[in-house]
Design a binder for this molecule. Structure first.
Ligand SMILES: Cc1cc2nc3c(=O)[nH]c(=O)nc-3n(C[C@H](O)[C@H](O)[C@H](O)COP(=O)(O)OP(=O)(O)OC[C@H]3O[C@@H](n4cnc5c(N)ncnc54)[C@H](O)[C@@H]3O)c2cc1C
Length: 490
């Protein structure tokens, strides 16, 4: 089948990168097509937290950030092969991009969030930008349910959308959290006209708010989006100039020509085990990915390599610790729990399979993932590692998809999860025996943590001793909001 279609620009992948390319190209009067292989659009971007790191954004006027300070920070946190031209481009264009979004009708606002390496020179706590809650129905009633649903963690009971403030309020059981829950549920069911269209909450938050607002602008500019249309190959002429793509849709293959270019914005390759094994130093499993299962398989990377394209930075990943819930009848996306905000809380510790700590558990999730990899390379006893906590932790915090006991008491945990996914014992030694950790090592580790909880100082890894850690700590716990003794059974 050949339908001889021609566009000015063909964008592969409907995530943030693809949508922005489409928006900017359409604004220049170009005829744009976005192809998306999934039956929903928005990619990982729509499932994400939607927090943009835009240094020196100046959205609330000049707050004292500067190009020089950003460069100082980036120089202090980067290593290995760097592409300075790209760093320059990012630092100079990111604030410009946010201004452009605003001009295009996308609301943006500054959000407080510490830089992930708060002790490094040039760090600040005001470089994040978010898109406020967006009314999904502005995309049209046929389209709005087709935006990819958010990650479970960002939806109460998988249904009611939560913004960042609500997510934290519930996670930390902040004052008034019950009222927050009641409001979310009432708002959802009171919205009768939407309930006739879809069970999907019209209130798009976080990554969905970002993508909803950007797609409103994209569709307003007349961009065509074609779902279930997968890139098979990138086509080039004899001189190596890209001329278009071959795609498959509903089991048929056809070519689409692109006059001005093809944008490959098809996400990562975390779902492709062969590419993971090729590029990453530790053999992590694809199924531990916390991204949509049907999305990022590196097909664009493979297609580009097939026509001789060079690739770079493939060894760099965006890491986050995850846990795999033993759920029945659930897709991987719902089985996988991002554990980033479960770790680093008081009354808990993370240990490798030797019973040793290996990281400041409250550190940024990307650094946590890297620490797991590094420790595994050194000891062969990480990936997977353990989160050990006591009854005080269990009462107050979520862990591995289990809500605190006030929401999910032990009796509500499925029987088959016990001693398979979650382990309970009346003494730490009995727990160590259950999960095959060497007791002397675990005993030493817990003894240390309990001592650090008293002094507030973690001399090994500095947990709770910088503003990033403290941002996610428990302010009611002192002297260190990230450290509490592990001493209450079970
Ligand atoms: C739960 C979660 C929270 C996150 N929170 C944040 C955050 O707050 N801030 C932040 O900066 N980052 C965050 N991230 C990371 C961020 O979401 C991603 O880095 C970003 O969304 C990638 O955007 P993208 O446009 O490159 O790709 P994606 O959004 O992944 O889009 C790629 C699209 O390409 C499609 N595709 C793939 N192959 C093909 C093919 N062969 N043909 C056609 N289409 C194809 C996929 O189906 C997908 O829809 C988070 C990630 C997760 C999982």
């Amino acid at each position: 089948m050949n339908n001889n279609e021609t566009f000015d620009v063909v964008v592969v992948g409907s995530g943030a990168a693809g949508a922005m390319t489409a928006l900017r190209s359409a604004e220049h009067g170009l005829k744009v097509l976005i192809i998306e292989k999934a039956h929903k659009f928005g990619g990982t971007s729509a499932t994400s937290g939607g927090v943009l790191w835009i240094p020196n954004h100046q959205l609330d006027g000049d707050k004292g950030d500067s190009r020089a300070q950003v460069m100082e920070y980036l120089a202090s946190i980067t290593s290995g092969p760097l592409n300075q031209e790209r760093i320059d481009a990012y630092v100079d264009q990111a604030p410009e991009m946010v201004r452009y979004l605003k001009k295009s009708g996308v609301q943006v606002m500054a959000a407080a969030w510490p830089d992930y390496f708060p002790d490094k020179p040039g760090a600040r706590a005001d470089r994040s930008v978010i898109v406020p809650t967006f009314d999904g129905r502005q995309l049209g009633d046929k389209r709005y349910p087709l935006m990819r649903e958010q990650y479970n963690r960002f939806k109460l009971f998988g249904r009611y959308s939560m913004d960042l403030v609500e997510t934290f309020s519930l996670m930390m059981q902040q004052k008034g959290w019950r009222m927050t829950v009641a409001k979310m549920i009432t708002r959802y069911w009171a919205d009768r006209s939407t309930r006739k269209v879809s069970h999907r909450d019209r209130r798009f938050t976080q990554g969905a708010a970002l993508m909803g607002a950007v797609y409103k602008a994209v569709f307003d500019k007349g961009v065509e989006l074609r779902l279930e249309t997968k890139l098979e190959s990138v086509n080039a002429d004899g001189a190596g100039r890209v001329t278009g793509v071959t795609v498959s849709q509903f089991g048929r293959s056809y070519t689409i020509d692109a006059r001005h270019g093809v944008m490959l914005s098809a996400g990562g390759f975390e779902w492709n085990q062969a590419l993971r094994d090729r590029f990453y130093p530790v053999p992590g499993l694809a199924r531990h990915s916390s991204t949509p299962e049907d999305a990022n398989r590196g097909e664009a990377l493979i297609a580009a390599e097939a026509i001789g394209a060079d690739v770079e930075h493939t060894g760099a990943g965006w890491w986050i610790p995850t846990m795999t819930l033993p759920m029945v009848n659930a897709s991987n996306f719902h089985e996988i729990h991002q554990a980033a905000f479960d770790v680093g809380r008081p009354w808990s510790v993370c240990v490798n399979r030797n019973g040793d700590r290996f990281v400041d558990e409250a550190i940024g999730y990307d650094s946590f993932g890297k620490a797991m990899v590094e420790d595994h390379l050194k000891t062969g006893a990480n990936c997977p590692c353990w989160l050990v906590f006591d009854a005080k932790f269990r009462a107050k915090f979520s862990a591995g998809g289990l809500m605190p006991t006030v929401h999910t008491p032990d009796r509500k945990i499925p029987d088959d999860w016990w001693d398979h996914y979650v382990f309970r014992a009346d003494t730490l030694e009995a727990l160590a025996n259950k999960i095959r950790l060497p007791w002397p090592a675990l005993q030493q580790t817990i003894g240390n943590i309990n001592a650090y909880a008293k002094t507030g100082v973690d001399p090994e890894f500095g947990r709770g001793m910088n503003i990033y850690d403290q941002f996610f700590g428990d302010p009611t716990v002192s002297p260190n909001p990230n450290l509490g003794p592990i001493d209450t059974a079970p």
